[in-house]
Design a protein around this ligand. Structure first.
Ligand SMILES: [Zn+2]
Length: 94
């Protein structure tokens, strides 16, 4: 994922998404040209959403359930250092 961000910084876009309402409001999406994450969304943890959408990028054949499971697993296993590194990359893109 670091590599994906480093090599394709233009593909990561952090902006307000005006799709859906209330509970169904979209927090992020990946259309394989870009990964869009809405940091304004109140439920948005930019790190977990970035990981989630990156998983869709790397594994387009995975179903949502599997992506959610992997996202959780990765988040639980991230070291403080890795977390810092991802946050730094995201902040640079904001
Ligand atoms: Zn998803």
């Amino acid at each position: 994922m670091y590599k994906l961000i480093d090599e394709n910084p233009q593909s990561f876009i952090y902006k307000k998404i005006n799709v859906g309402r209330g509970k169904n409001k979209v927090i992020g999406f990946c259309d394989f040209e870009e990964i869009v994450v809405d940091p304004y969304h109140t439920d948005c943890n930019p790190v977990s959403v970035t990981i989630h959408e990156s998983l869709h990028w790397f594994y387009p054949e995975w179903k949502e359930k599997r992506v959610l499971r992997e996202e959780k697993r990765i988040m639980q296993n991230l070291s403080r250092c890795q977390l810092k590194r991802i946050y730094r990359k995201i902040y640079k893109l904001l």
